[in-house]
Design a protein around this ligand. Structure first.
Ligand code: SF4
Length: 316
């Protein structure tokens, strides 16, 4: 988060419409420029431009060993920018501890997060794939950082999950920057209870004992956040959401009359059967929450995981 309170997301500069690609073009991602930009600050980086390759520039590609490829000119094999790019990437990635997520440009030998073609020394593609040099250093230096690619963000589930992780990770970073205590760690865990349950009940159960320990709080925090980020990265299935909604429903048992109870149960059942979107039971619970002000639920992030006007729950 920056001084004005905005969450910062790193992004391949070409995805913001910057004309930094090898041919002077860009790959503008409207979801980033039109939607995310309203709520997040971007930290844009074009690694190829940053190492002085210029625009336009010769195209490069990954060559050799998939685990340890070199970054070589596509038509001029004497052009080898591997070492320059690796130094830039590791220096830059190590400093990016102030961002809360990163959007990478798919298929790029520099920025691609996965499935980037790796060519044989002679020039032919062998159907092998690897990770872009910058992306690899980034994910190694910031292993908890939520990272996604432009193409994958067209999927409503992956898009929702990415933003949810970015905002949750930012909350964690803010808490750590202000100084962690056992009480804060327990509070963080409590407020994410239903969000965690929707993603992974087994990991939620593993996290409870960590926050109940009487050990060194920094060690507890390290272990907690690793598991926490692992949990919320898992897709929130209809089954898990249904269990979570039913769990929340229990908090209203002394407030609702028989007719409201029956209606709520029916809506959850229809969501579970795929007949209604998630928003319907959530809105209904939200309405009851506003009316009955159930303390334990009021500050649960499950109800407000990210800015509402991003409309990320439409289609879930
Ligand atoms: S993919 Fe990465 S290196 Fe290529 S133009 Fe975009 S930001 Fe620059």
């Amino acid at each position: 988060m920056n001084e004005s309170g905005s969450i910062r997301i790193g992004i391949s500069a070409c995805l913001l419409g910057e004309q930094v690609r090898y041919d002077g073009g860009h790959k503008r991602l409207p979801f980033a420029t039109d939607e995310l930009a309203r709520h997040f600050d971007f930290v844009k980086i074009c690694p190829e431009q940053a190492i002085g390759m210029g625009v336009p520039r010769p195209t490069i590609r990954l060559v050799g060993d998939t685990e340890n490829p070199r970054l070589i000119g596509s038509s001029d094999s004497t052009l080898d920018v591997t070492d320059k790019m690796t130094v830039f990437a590791s220096d830059t990635a190590a400093k990016l501890d102030y961002i809360s997520g990163y959007i990478l440009c798919a298929k790029s030998p520099t920025c691609g997060m996965e499935r980037v073609p790796v060519y044989a020394e002679g020039g032919n593609s062998l159907g092998k794939v690897g990770v872009g040099i910058f992306a690899k250093q980034l994910m190694a230096a910031q292993p908890l950082l939520p990272v996604e690619e432009n193409g994958r963000l067209n999927d409503v589930h992956l898009r929702e999950n990415f933003v949810l992780r970015v905002v949750a990770y930012s909350r964690w970073q803010t808490m750590m920057a202000e100084g962690i205590t056992v009480k804060k760690l327990q509070d963080f865990h409590r407020r994410h209870k239903f969000l965690l349950l929707a993603h992974s009940q087994p990991i939620y159960r593993e996290l409870g004992p960590i926050v109940a320990e009487a050990g060194d709080v920094n060690d507890m925090a390290d272990r907690y956040i690793t598991k926490f980020m692992e949990a919320i990265r898992l897709p929130a299935s209809i089954k898990n959401h249904t269990n979570t909604l039913m769990h929340i429903q229990g908090f209203f048992k002394d407030h609702l009359d028989a007719s409201d109870k029956a209606q709520l149960s029916e809506v959850i059942k229809e969501y579970s059967a795929g007949l209604l979107p998630l928003l319907v039971p959530l809105e209904m619970l939200g309405m009851f929450l506003k009316k009955y002000q159930v303390d334990y639920l009021l500050d649960q992030y499950y109800f407000t995981p990210y800015p509402r006007d991003l409309k990320l729950r439409i289609g879930l």
